[in-house]
Structures are given as C-alpha cells and as structure tokens.
Design a protein around this ligand. Structure first.
Ligand SMILES: [Zn+2]
Length: 349
C-alpha cells in the first residue's frame, strides 16, 4: 500500500509536489546531435525530477507518461530528454525499465524549489489565459523562494544581472520573464531599475499564488487514503526542503553582501585561484609552494579584515541549519528519521 501511495505521489496527480532544480545543473552544457548548447528547459526539468526522486540507494521510477503528465511535456519531449540525459552522463538506467539514477554534477547541492502546480496553472495575461513557460516558472520560483518562508511582505532585493547569473539565464531572458510576471500580476517591482545592475525590490503576489494553487490542487486531488498518505510524505519533504532552502539563501545573501565590497571580492577571487595553484604545487612538489601559501594567508587575512569592517563573520557566510542533528535533511547520519519534524497544525482546512 505504501508503495502504491508513493507511486501516486510520483505520478503527481495531485500536483501538490515540488521539484528541486540544482543551481549547478542550470548552467550545464549538453551535446545532442553533434551540437553542444546550454541545457534546455524541458531537459533541465526532467533531470531535476530524476535528481529529486532518486537517492543514493533508490532510483527514481517514473514512467514516461507520468513524467509527461507531471510537467505538461509531450511524450516525444520526455523520450528525447531522457535519451540526452543518458548520452550526457546526467543519468543512468537502474535495474528496472523505468528506473533512473541521477549521475550529473549537482555542484554544492543548493537547489531551487519549484512547486509543481505552477506547470498546470493558467494566468490572465492581457486578454488571454496562458500557461507560464519553464523559464518564467524558474524566475518566479526564485522570487518566491526569497519572499516566502519569511516574514509577511518579505521581498527580494537584487538586480536583473544577479538573477540572470544565479539562474544561468541571459539578462534579456530574465527581463522578458519579468515582463510576463508583471503582466500576470504575479510579481511586482518597486524602484524600477534603470539598468541591469541597478538594485530593485521584487515581491510576489502571495494571494494570487495561494488561490491558484488551491484551485489546481483541489481540482486534481482525490480523497483516497493513498493520496493522503502521499501528501503527508510530500509535506514532510517540503518542510525540510524549505528549511534547507532558507538557510542556504540566507548564506547566499550574506555572501552577496560581502562580495559587494571590492577588496573582499578581489581577495576571495585571489584565494580561490591560489587554492588551485597550491593543490597543483603540492602534487608536483614545486618550490614556489611556500610563497603561494604565504600569499594565501595574506588573501585570507584581507578577507577576514574586510568582513570585520562590514560587521560580518565567516560564520555568517555558511548555512545555519534549524536542526543540528540532521542538518535539515530529516534523516540522521544512521539513516533513521529525525524527530525534529513539526507538521502544520490540524486546524487548516
Ligand atoms: Zn532534525
């Protein structure tokens, strides 16, 4: 029965699930038919689904139809993306027909959380009802991730350039997506930025998002025990993913703040270059090793000084998990479930 519930959940019929898109995957280049280009929207989504639903000891097991239904992709598109994923070593086949294991590079494992109902909702843009494109959903989810989980009315402060770099999109694409999101009244921008580097304050329309989500999920949701049990599992996963996201983003914002300082930014860049050089020198036992280490110390000292001047500590730059026992993964090192899960109250309708 639990198996059936899982299956249902993975089929995504309730559209109440979510997918984790690793930031590192967004900039991935793939080769298809002899041409190398940046990973496409559908490709990114399918690889992220495999990433989200497989773990070290368990492969994801979507059928092509389930994947297609979940993300509104055509069967041929799913077939194509899976083949490309296999050819580019982003995934490998598991033991059974529909099993896939993620084998790509998820970088530092930080990811963007995307709610799956967004692929099924239409929004009024001008005088037509439209689905959002995959890029629009990614940009919107990025804003949501900053504006939610926090205080009411929270907003994201950044530039188009910043968003573009983080999501591996061109500034032109981000600007276009934003235009659609404004037209759909899904996002707002205060302090209109004059150029791509100008900071502006972005916020999302929580009320509209909540209403749309309810409409989509209610429409799709059955009342069977299997679906409810699957929902409980999704809730637990969302709880932890949300906490992780929050901690990672706080650290990211602190890093952005630190890097706004020219001297810090230069020293950090220098330190990173030295890391590589030192690594090489150690392996080859080169005579300049001692000098490189001295330079590294110097760079680190400058970084520490600049941080202090900005009232930041090195500790501010790394994620702080809510639960130190499981690092907000929900699982203890020995594989048991952590006891820190706090489901939302029963009072909700
Ligand atoms: Zn815990």
């Amino acid at each position: 029965m639990a198996n059936a519930a899982e299956k249902l959940n993975r089929a995504g019929r309730s559209h109440s699930g979510f997918v984790r898109i690793p930031y590192a995957l967004m900039g991935q280049r793939v080769t298809r038919g002899g041409q190398t280009r940046k990973i496409g929207g559908a490709q990114l989504l399918v690889c992220s689904a495999i990433y989200s639903y497989s773990s070290e000891d368990k492969a994801s097991d979507f059928t092509y139809r389930e994947l297609g239904e979940r993300y509104r992709l055509s069967k041929s598109s799913v077939t194509r993306t899976i083949r490309t994923a296999l050819e580019n070593n982003l995934a490998e086949r598991g033991d059974k027909v529909y099993e896939y294991q993620f084998t790509g590079d998820a970088g530092d494992k930080s990811f963007l959380l995307v709610e799956e109902w967004l692929y099924h909702a239409t929004f009024r843009i001008g005088d037509v009802e439209k689905y959002l494109t995959k890029n629009e959903i990614v940009v919107l989810s990025y804003l949501i991730s900053f504006c939610r989980n926090k205080k009411r009315g929270a907003a994201f402060r950044g530039s188009v350039r910043h968003i573009a770099r983080r999501l591996h999109l061109s500034p032109t694409t981000v600007t276009k997506c934003m235009t659609t999101l404004y037209a759909a009244k899904l996002a707002f921008c205060r302090g209109r930025a004059k150029n791509l580097y100008d900071l502006a304050t972005y916020s999302v329309n929580d009320k509209l998002l909540r209403e749309k989500r309810e409409e989509i999920v209610k429409r799709a949701k059955g009342k069977s025990a299997a679906v409810r049990s699957a929902d409980a599992r999704t809730d637990r996963e969302r709880y932890y993913a949300g906490h992780r996201c929050m901690a990672e983003q706080r650290a990211e914002q602190m890093n952005t703040r630190a890097r706004a300082d020219f001297a810090y930014r230069e020293a950090e860049k220098k330190s990173r270059e030295l890391d590589v050089k030192i690594g090489k020198s150690e392996v080859l036992n080169l005579p300049e090793l001692a000098d490189l280490r001295k330079e590294q110390e110097m760079a680190k000292r400058i970084m520490a000084q600049r941080l202090k001047a900005m009232n930041l500590t090195p500790d501010d730059l790394v994620p702080h998990w809510t639960c130190v026992k499981c690092s907000d993964t929900g699982f203890l090192p020995d594989g048991r479930m952590c006891s820190c899960y706090q489901p939302k109250g029963e009072g909700r309708s």
